[in-house]
Ligand binder design. Structure first.
Ligand SMILES: O=C1O[C@H]([C@@H](O)CO)C(O)=C1O
Length: 556
């Protein structure tokens, strides 16, 4: 089947966290954008019209493989040109696999401005999920700043950098509370001095209410599109069974709360109490970064057996201490693929080591991979590589590893990196390992979480480890039941090992999903089998050198 959407991307004002903001990027006047609902095997068609008055736009369909449609991946300067002001671009792609996905802007920092929404793919007609549920909900999580992305981009580029700082609020389906708290009754004050919120329920920033019946089973789909924050989700008094991650089934396991990094999605199953005269909190808090400036996000689980106005009896669940990385790791290490899922090839053909460091380039703060910080060009790589336009980007091969002697427990000995548009050319039809290696930042003893997202593929997460990856770690890689995902985190001072197959002709970004970090160059470009790419729509290439090429062809 085909599901078609007509969308206009526009600036709008709103008060998602109760504070008015001007330059939110919405779709058809909605923030967050409309949810896409499709079934596995469907063709999704989105006619996207750019109604912004001062910028191009693209949308990336996060977690969708784009086999045979690499030009529809929605990455500016990689898979297509930004859609020009006033123009319409037709995205047309197949959603192969049931699961919980989302979509978002992928030009500059437009995702942070609110350009995102859910993309839910159900199993094919007549097929069943490997778990049962009576009803479902979805929560798209994001973090929110009151400054515009233009100001943020400007501040991040400044010499010295003016860091954007922590978010003003957390949003659940685009709703949060900045100047009041739901955690105390309307007429009292919270521990942080914030007054209790007084909502009639019609306010844009009134909390999400999830209506449930007693004694039923629900599926909660959660995706995180945060710009910066790692999050933790808990439902008061209800355990959750993890069943899906990034559109892949998990070997089910029970948790009281779970971590979710930007770019990830999960489905959890929970059972409601057979009788209840209470309502309960759903609580989302920050982990991995200083949470003191950003209040937790809250929603309410409302039992239909109880009045919706009844406040939950207890205080919302508190989020585990933000810098207890052992806690995060123990969760990540519990995630395995459902028995019977595809297993990785036991051997790899090529292995690439990617060292993550914070550096300077001409005084600007950057993030670099093997000392190279990514700078995109004006011509989409998919076109320039397909048509052999070698002048369009740096033709050197970026480094496949970093020096043996590099000490990851110290800031980079040379604080400066280089900046380049170079591309990793991967051999088609092979098995690749990527070892992400985290290291100290410019400030000694400081490290941060980076959630790495790969376009065009799922990868197997073979394992996480401490320190520098070495020969002895080899035997600890999980080749039996590693989860397939499209996003995986690398912890401070550690490494993460991934494996994937180069089976999808195209040019694919692999990058830190933290929006300011990508802006600061934290990514690489993989090109594979581009000669096998068939027709790329002209509209995808109408800028830079491919634009000139098309013009001269049309003249002939
Ligand atoms: O890229 C970053 O810069 C700041 C800090 O390192 C310098 O202010 C921070 O927390 C980041 O994630």
């Amino acid at each position: 089947e085909e599901v078609t959407y007509n969308w206009e991307v526009n600036y709008m004002s709103g008060a998602p966290d109760c504070m008015e903001k001007e330059d939110i990027i919405g779709i058809n006047g909605q923030f967050p954008g409309p949810t896409i609902n499709a079934r596995a095997g469907d063709n999704v068609v989105v006619y996207l019209t750019n109604k912004l008055h001062d910028d191009g736009v693209v949308i990336h369909w996060h977690g969708i493989r784009q086999l045979k449609t690499p030009w529809a991946d929605g990455t500016a300067a990689i898979s297509q040109c930004p859609i020009k002001i006033g123009e319409t671009f037709k995205y047309n792609f197949t959603v192969e696999k049931a699961g919980t996905y989302f979509y978002h802007g992928h030009l500059g920092m437009q995702r942070s401005a609110g350009l995102y929404g859910m993309l839910i793919v159900d199993v094919e007609e007549g097929k069943k999920e490997p778990f049962h549920y009576d009803g479902e909900f979805s929560l798209l999580l994001s973090d929110w700043w009151h400054t515009s992305i233009k100001d943020q981009e400007h501040d991040l580029n400044a010499v010295p950098m003016n860091w954007i700082g922590e978010a003003q609020s957390l949003l659940l389906n685009g709703k949060g509370q900045y100047n009041c708290t739901l955690a105390v009754p309307a007429n009292s004050k919270g521990a942080n001095g914030l007054p209790g919120c007084k909502f009639t329920g019609n306010e844009q920033c009134a909390p999400n209410i999830l209506d449930v019946e007693p004694g039923k089973t629900y599926r909660l789909r959660v995706a995180s599109t945060t710009a910066l924050a790692a999050l933790n989700v808990a439902i008061e008094s209800h355990n959750m069974m993890m069943v899906e991650a990034d559109g892949n089934y998990l070997q089910p396991f029970w948790v009281k709360d779970f971590d979710i990094y930007s770019g990830e999605s999960y489905s959890v199953i929970f059972r409601t109490h057979t009788r209840s005269s209470n309502n309960y909190w759903i609580s989302v808090g920050i982990r991995g970064r200083d949470p003191t400036k950003t209040a937790r996000g809250l929603a309410m689980l409302h039992y239909k057996s109880t009045k919706v106005s009844k406040r939950p009896m207890h205080h919302p669940p508190t989020t585990h201490r933000w810098n207890d990385y052992a806690y995060s790791k123990s969760f990540s290490n519990k995630i395995f693929a459902l028995t019977g899922s595809p297993t990785p090839p036991v051997n790899y053909d090529h292995r690439i080591f990617l060292l993550n460091t914070q550096n300077y380039f001409e005084g600007q703060t950057k993030w670099a991979i093997n000392n190279v910080s990514l700078m995109l060009t004006d011509t989409p790589y998919l076109g320039s590589i397909r048509y052999g336009l070698t002048g369009s980007f740096d033709q050197n091969s970026p480094p496949l590893t970093y020096p043996d002697t590099y000490d990851i427990t110290k800031p980079p000995p040379n604080p400066n990196c280089t900046v380049s548009s170079a591309v990793y050319t991967l051999e088609f039809g092979k098995t690749y390992d990527v070892i992400l290696q985290n290291a100290d930042m410019l400030k000694a003893g400081d490290g941060e979480i980076h959630p790495w997202h790969l376009h065009g593929h799922d990868f197997w997460v073979l394992g996480y480890g401490e320190g520098k990856f070495s020969k002895k770690d080899e035997k600890n890689l999980n080749l039996e039941n590693p989860p397939l995902r499209n996003t995986a985190v690398v912890f401070p001072g550690g490494w993460t090992a991934l494996r994937f197959m180069t089976d999808n002709p195209g040019v694919w970004a692999f990058h830190c999903h933290i929006e300011p970090h990508l802006h600061m160059g934290m990514g690489v470009i993989f090109a594979e089998g581009v000669h096998l790419v068939r027709k790329i729509p002209d509209e995808a290439l109408s800028c830079g050198d491919t634009g000139k090429m098309l013009m001269s062809q049309n003249h002939n």
